[in-house]
Structures are given as structure tokens and as C-alpha cells.
Design a protein around this ligand. Structure first.
Ligand code: GLU
Length: 469
């Protein structure tokens, strides 16, 4: 019987979770869900100096928002120190680890010696002659047995290395905590992890790890190494400095979790077709580690906006209304639900993320001061004289006054107006749009006017008329 698939996400609580980190979590989660397996979350908090307060909760909240939920309790390495200690003693017992009480200055001497000899630093060439018996509180170093390795990575393919990359490394630190290099192997074994899915930064260490797996006598899991998520320019690994945002900022900005999941899944993966928009269920069905690209995937925030817009457009008006609840401009506070729904129905087509809602809809709720500069800055309208503008505004007001303000009738009236004035839509409709919305762009004009209604529309045209001087 084949083993139940068990994957894990193992972040260190050293800051907020960003796009690169959460993509790793998502891939591990997709692999587990596809196989009806389990996805685990393990907080790797063994480096107390690098720990950032609040980041553990932030990681948990971010994953929860995205629906990447762990199937078991959240594990924490600091709760598991006894296990690492036990394994450390086992390695000491089998002669595969030794206490390393050398001072930082002595270790520097080793490094300097290697540099002077122009050789890579290999601690195994500088093993202490008579190490003391190890006990907790002393650094413990792995005693490696260098050899060639060949292994298959589910993403990177066939890999092999020579013995020169296998070395002695620290397993336990003097503060009683294990290193990542040691703890993750002990934990992955204890938690019966079948697939180690992690970022590229650990790839070079795999031969060292393979050596330790052997020393511990534990089964080697499947490795899947994910290439970096690259910054927008495609050259450097995405970092906080060049705009890697905290995942929860996307929630604040009104991105849909399903859209972010879709975006992250397609950051370096595709299903072999042109399809870009996937539901989470489709992703679970189709995801395949062997189709993850080997080179870095470029993070393009505009693609994320586009994708979120596509997911927003798929929502029913009811769903969109629920999602939009916290994003309305404050001017919408007193507006009734029917009116807000109509407004939403109009902007759904162009909305990229919900935090755009105030900017896109404010004019539906409040009369903004009529701004003639919008006319004088308009490419076509600025060519018209004041009297031409006034005349057009008057004609518009008179034509619209007789409308019942249904969209169909408005559309007829506007077309009639085009004929009557002999103007192009780009001129006439822009003028009416600017007068009634105080914005150079808005949804389709007759639809916008129908929602705004007679009083607002006519009032605003008059307000603009009195400003055009
Ligand atoms: N704690 C490591 C990190 O945050 C985890 C690497 C792994 O998944 O094993 O980078």
C-alpha cells in the first residue's frame, strides 16, 4: 500500500508572509489535497535571535484567509526540543556527531586557513582530536561521510554531486536549540512527511542532508525544489525591498483569496494549456509538480490585478455585494441597498480590486464640485469655445429633462442628441460624462445616468453650466 501523502509548510517566524513564501505553502497544500493527504504547518522557531514578534500569528492568519488550512495542530519546533535532544544523543552514540566546543576565534582560524590554502572550508578536515563528551548546551557537530550523490527532484529533475559538498555541520547550538539543518529532518521523519516542498535556497544543502538522513537511518522524502519568485524586472529574487507585499495587504486592498490562490498557483506553473483562470477545485485537480518551471517566475502585480478583476467579474451580484461591504466610500453610508447594488452592477466590469470602489463610485453618492478644468484638460473638449460648450450642455439638459431615465430611453435621447448637435460621441458624451460624474471615465453613459437618476443628473449638468465661463 502506498503511503498517505503528507506535505508541510515550515516557515520561520522572522517576518510577514509574502508572495514567495505563501506560494510554497500553496504548492505543498495542493499536492496534499490532490492526493487526499494531509498538509501540515510547522513553525520553525529555533533561531530566537531572528524571531519577529507577531509573525507566527501573521502566518496563521494569512494562510487562513487564503483557505490553505493545516490538517493537524500547528506544530512548533520550540515545543519539540526533547525530540531533537534524543536524536542528538543517538547520533553521538552511533559516532556520527561530536561536541564542538571551539571558540568563534578558533573557528575563524579554520576559515582563514582554508582561505589561505585557497580551498573551500571543510570542517571535516579540522575535526577536534579529543572532543569532550557532548551534553546539552554544547554545540554538536555532524560527522559526515562524504560520498557522491544522485537524486531526483520532482521539479529540478535528475541531480548529482560529488563528495566535496558533504561536510560536518552544526546540529545543536549552545542555546540548546537545534539548527534548521537538523531539526527539519528529525521533524519531517517524525511527522511522516512524504514530500519536502521548499524554496531553492536549500538546494545546495541537499547532499549534506542526504548524508544526515543516512546517519539517522530515516527514509528520504521526495524533494520538490521551487525556483525563486523574481521581482518585477525578472532579474532578482523578489524581496520586501522591491515591493513584496505582506499577504494580508491584499486582503486590505480587496483582493479575493481565490484570485490570489489562482495567481500564486500560476506563478511558475501551468497545466500545459492556455488556461489562466482556475478555481481552487480545478487547481487541486490539475496541479502537477512536474510542470513547475525550473527557472524563476516573475512576479507581475498587474497580472494579479487583471486576474483579480476576472474573479470579481465571475461573482454573482449577491456575492460581490457581500464582499464589497467594507469597501464603500464613506459617502455611501446612507445610501440604500438597492441603489448600492445597481452601482456595483455597473462597476463590476472594471473593478480590479475592491479598494478601488471609493474612487470608482464616489460620484454616485455625492455631488462633487463641478470642475471646469476637466473640460479644459480634455483633448477634444478643450477645442470648443465657451459658448459652444454652454450650448451643448443646455441642449443635453433639455433633451434629458424629457427622459424617463430608463436606460433604454436615455440611450435614445443621447442618440437623438448626437444627431441634433452633429457632434461625435467622443465629444458630446465626454462632456455629459464629465458634467455628471466629475470623472473622465465611468461605466457606459446611459447606464450611469440611469443609476444616477434625473435629479442628480440634471442638477450636475446645471452646476457645470454655471462653471463654464
Ligand atoms: N524554515 C525554513 C524557511 O523558513 C523552511 C524550509 C523548509 O521548508 O524546509 O525557509
Amino acid at each position: 500500500m502506498s503511503k498517505v501523502t503528507r506535505t508541510r509548510f515550515a516557515p520561520s517566524p522572522t517576518g510577514f508572509l509574502h508572495v514567495g513564501g505563501v506560494r510554497t505553502a500553496l504548492f505543498a497544500w495542493l499536492v496534499a489535497k490532490q492526493a487526499n493527504g494531509k498538509f501540515l504547518l510547522r513553525i520553525e522557531d529555533t533561531d530566537k535571535a531572528r524571531e519577529v514578534k507577531g509573525s507566527e500569528q501573521h502566518i496563521i492568519d494569512s494562510l487562513k484567509w487564503l483557505g490553505i488550512n493545516p490538517d493537524e495542530e500547528v506544530y512548533k519546533q520550540s515545543d519539540r526540543l526533547e525530540l531533537y535532544e534524543k536524536k542528538a544523543y543517538e547520533l553521538v552514540g552511533s559516532g556520527r556527531a561530536y561536541a564542538d566546543n571551539r571558540t568563534p576565534a578558533e573557528l575563524d582560524e579554520i576559515r582563514n586557513d582554508a582561505v589561505a590554502k585557497k580551498r573551500p572550508i571543510l570542517f571535516r578536515e579540522y575535526r577536534p582530536d579529543n572532543p569532550p563528551a557532548w551534553k546539552k548546551g554544547m554545540p554538536l557537530r555532524f560527522k559526515s561521510e562524504p560520498k557522491d550523490y544522485a537524486w531526483t527532484d520532482a521539479v529540478m529533475g535528475q541531480l548529482n554531486t560529488g563528495p566535496e559538498v558533504v561536510d560536518d555541520f552544526i546540529l545543536m547550538k549552545s542555546d540548546g536549540f537545534p539548527t534548521y539543518n537538523f531539526a527539519h529532518i528529525v521533524d519531517d521523519d517524525d511527522m511522516e512527511i512524504t514530500h519536502v516542498i521548499r524554496s531553492q535556497e536549500f538546494l545546495a544543502s541537499v547532499p549534506k542532508y542526504l548524508n544526515l538522513y543516512e546517519a539517522l537511518g530515516v527514509q528520504v522524502p521526495i524533494f520538490a525544489t521551487l525556483p525563486y519568485v523574481m521581482g518585477d524586472d525578472g532579474h532578482k529574487k523578489l524581496s520586501k525591498r522591491d515591493g513584496a507585499k505582506d499577504v494580508l495587504e491584499y486582503r486590505t486592498d480587496g483582493y479575493l483569496p481565490d484570485a490570489l490562490v489562482n495567481f500564486l498557483a500560476t506563478l511558475g506553473w501551468n497545466d500545459g494549456t492556455e488556461q489562466e483562470i482556475f478555481t481552487t477545485a480545478e487547481l487541486i485537480a490539475k496541479f502537477d509538480l512536474s510542470r513547475v518551471q525550473k527557472s524563476g517566475a516573475k512576479f507581475d502585480p498587474r497580472r494579479l490585478e487583471w486576474m483579480n478583476g476576472a474573479h470579481l467579474r465571475k461573482l454573482s451580484l449577491d456575492e460581490l455585494y457581500k464582499r464589497a461591504e467594507d469597501f464603500w466610500p464613506k459617502e455611501a453610508e446612507k445610501a440604500d441597498e438597492t441603489y448600492k447594488r445597481r452601482v456595483l452592477g455597473l462597476v463590476q466590469e472594471r473593478l480590479k480590486y475592491l479598494a478601488e470602489l471609493p474612487e470608482l463610485t464616489k460620484f454616485f453618492f455625492v455631488d462633487l464640485p463641478a470642475d471646469p478644468n476637466l473640460i479644459s484638460n480634455h483633448k477634444q473638449l478643450k477645442k470648443l469655445s465657451t459658448s459652444e460648450l454652454k450650448k451643448l450642455l443646455e441642449q443635453s439638459r433639455d433633451a434629458l429633462k424629457d427622459s424617463d431615465f430608463s436606460q433604454r430611453d436615455l440611450s435614445d435621447k443621447l442618440n437623438g442628441l448626437l444627431e441634433k448637435t452633429g457632434q461625435k460621441p467622443a465629444v458630446l458624451f465626454s462632456l455629459i460624462r464629465i458634467a455628471t460624474t466629475q470623472a473622465p471615465a465611468s461605466p457606459e453613459l446611459s447606464a450611469t445616468l440611469a443609476v444616477l437618476g434625473r435629479d442628480r443628473s440634471l442638477y450636475r449638468i446645471d452646476a457645470m453650466l454655471s462653471e463654464v465661463k
